[in-house]
Design a protein around this ligand. Structure first.
Ligand code: TYC
Length: 101
């Protein structure tokens, strides 16, 4: 007898929910030294020199740059840690977060 394969009932098809992602955004300012911005990006976002330099220069020229995307909790934690690193050195460097569209 041929085997019959029954497809799953509609209620049994469970969608795997993906958490919404949030962007970490680097903001430009007139005071923080470029080298320090690069240092923070490397330390907190594990970027290599080249990637950190490109992100820093984009924020410098355009006012802001998306650094990376994470779940909301991680994005907020990283933005806070990176902003605190700068504050400890007396720089106004700021990282913010916003939901990804
Ligand atoms: N604009 C700063 C300067 O000229 C450098 C800088 C770049 C600061 C990017 C913040 O997100 C930033 N020293």
């Amino acid at each position: 007898m041929p085997e019959t394969i029954t497809p799953p009932r509609v209620q049994d098809v469970v969608k795997t929910a993906r958490p919404p992602l949030h962007k970490v955004i680097l903001l430009n300012d007139d005071f923080t030294p470029r080298g320090f911005v690069v240092r923070v990006l490397k330390a907190e976002f594990r970027m290599d020199e080249g990637a950190a330099m490109r992100v820093m220069m984009t924020a410098h020229q355009r006012g802001s740059c998306v650094v990376a995307v994470f779940t909301r909790e991680i994005a907020e934690e990283k933005a806070t840690r990176a902003t605190d690193m700068a504050q400890k050195e007396g720089y106004p460097l700021k990282f913010t977060t916003e939901p990804e569209d």
